[in-house]
Design a protein around this ligand. Structure first.
Ligand SMILES: Cc1cc2nc3c(=O)[nH]c(=O)nc-3n(C[C@H](O)[C@H](O)[C@H](O)COP(=O)(O)OP(=O)(O)OC[C@H]3O[C@@H](n4cnc5c(N)ncnc54)[C@H](O)[C@@H]3O)c2cc1C
Length: 438
């Protein structure tokens, strides 16, 4: 077993070394646990984390989700302080570019701004004239609802003009995989051990609770705590552990294509271009280093969702059909955009939950925990998700019933309490945008 050697026993096993798994490992190790992380991939962050658009924003639909993102952002703002170390292999960087949220039907900001006011999250309210003047490269017409390319109404004229919210403290992380490596580096400094190319094939239990895992190699790891942070594979791991019985919220792998395209003048990072949430046409785009734009979809009703039962069967290659749609939608919004001649991008998997809110929780099997259902929107929350899991694990292993009395997390920056019951596997579906925006 690679790197594992004599580590047959541990206090906690973390399955998955993505950005969230590495964060969980860091926090559990900081808490004094002997932690072993097993990942079937080649290194930290090589799973869905490596494909992340890594956007940091605060535009969720519920109080606890907004607070979570704002608290986590403080950790990205001072990454070295959060890690308590400088990784000699390089540090991920937060690039602030602001977020322009085009207000449209069903996504008009009314669920968001009262919380931003309460938590002092800065923003500006832009009327149509100000929006057009501040962002002249954008066509501010209202094209809602988003349409497929083969819809004859795709080229219809705009019906009215949009207004917007501008959230200046948003941005993105320049290298999502490096951020996972940074967390793994910091976790190692606290004694955590990482074993790559080690696939968990079975979760072991006795009459009391979880006892460990078995790897594809046949090796067994023994621990009283096992945390499932398997990303798009986490549903399979929950099934392996037999813990789906009492889950009210489902989660499964959803294919998502993300593209890059040349950024026209005015929309490059050096032009001060923002990340734009454009649910009016059904996508988002942001500038990135190197003069390009990164584009992803926002699951408009007209687009078919591609659920994937076997995450290992997913092709990394994007499709011409989704690419063409993304390019033509962008061309609607950015008249100066020159559609490139061939697709550049990737296809990866979200682990989408029923309500697009993550599951950070215990399970019906004592000692088995899950950080999953991250719904294409939890990269930004990875640093705090590790802390959430540590508090849930400490409380549960100490005899507290987190299901009956959800742990309340103290937000270090805002001083607000965050109800971790909001991320329970047994919650009622949260009222959200029903998209990756959460
Ligand atoms: C295309 C895309 C764009 C996104 N954009 C954003 C964004 O802009 N902002 C944002 O906040 N979030 C975004 N997200 C979501 C975010 O990236 C994910 O929520 C986050 O990276 C998940 O991290 P993770 O550690 O849970 O999972 P992963 O990074 O997927 O890691 C899971 C790990 O588990 C391992 N594993 C799986 N099964 C086993 C097994 N049986 N045994 C051992 N190891 C196993 C895998 O090898 C993998 O390394 C995006 C996601 C995608 C796919």
């Amino acid at each position: 077993m690679h790197e594992v050697g004599d580590l047959v026993r541990a206090d906690a096993i973390v399955i998955g070394a993505g950005v969230i798994g590495s964060s969980v490992a860091l926090e559990l190790a900081r808490g004094g646990r002997d932690v072993v992380v097993v990942d079937k991939g080649p290194g930290a962050g090589a799973g869905s984390t490596s494909a992340s658009s890594s956007i940091i924003r605060y535009s969720y639909s519920t109080r606890d989700a907004i607070l979570t993102a704002w608290e986590a952002a403080q950790m990205w703002f001072d990454w070295e302080a959060h890690l308590g170390a400088v990784d000699p292999d390089g540090m991920a960087r937060f690039i602030e570019c602001g977020n322009l949220i085009l207000r449209t039907t069903g996504y008009d900001g009314t669920a968001i701004t009262p919380w931003w006011d309460e938590f002092d999250i800065p923003y500006e309210d832009l009327d149509a004239a100000t929006l057009a003047a501040r962002f002249p490269m954008l066509d501010v017409g209202k094209y809602y609802p988003p349409k497929r390319l083969d819809d004859p109404a795709f080229a219809d004229d705009a019906v009215g003009e949009l207004t917007a919210l501008y959230s200046p403290r948003c941005g993105f992380i320049d290298d999502p995989m490096l951020s996972a490596k940074n967390l793994a580096y910091a976790a190692r400094l606290h004694g955590a051990r990482f074993a790559f190319r080690c696939e968990v094939v079975s979760v072991e239990r006795d009459s009391v609770g979880v006892t460990g895992v078995t790897l594809a190699s046949g090796d067994s790891l023994v621990a009283p705590v096992v945390v499932n942070v398997g990303g798009p594979h986490s549903r399979i791991i929950n099934e392996m552990a037999g813990v789906t019985d009492d889950m009210a919220i489902g989660h499964r792998a959803l294919r998502q294509e993300v593209f890059t395209a040349p950024a026209p003048v005015g929309l490059r990072l050096e032009d001060g271009a923002p990340f734009v949430s454009d649910l009016d046409v059904g996508q988002y785009f942001r500038p990135q280093i190197g003069g390009t734009l990164l584009l992803g979809g926002s699951e408009p009703e007209c687009d078919e969702l591609h659920w994937v039962d076997d995450p290992d069967s997913n092709s990394d290659y994007p499709t011409v059909e989704v690419w063409e749609t993304a390019m033509m939608r962008l061309a609607r919004r950015v008249p100066e955009f020159g559609v490139p001649s061939q697709p550049t991008g990737l296809a990866a998997l979200y682990d989408a939950s029923d309500d697009w809110v993550p599951i950070y929780d215990r399970s019906s099997l004592h000692g088995f925990f899950m950080a999953c259902g991250t719904s294409g929107n939890q990269f930004k929350n990875a640093p705090i998700a590790g802390q959430y899991m540590r508090e849930i694990i400490d409380a549960t292993m100490g005899g507290h019933d987190h299901d009956a009395q959800p742990v309340q997390f103290h937000g270090a920056y805002t001083g607000q309490m965050i109800d971790l019951g909001a991320f329970s596997r047994r919650r009622e579906k949260a009222v959200t945008s029903g998209t990756v925006m959460g």
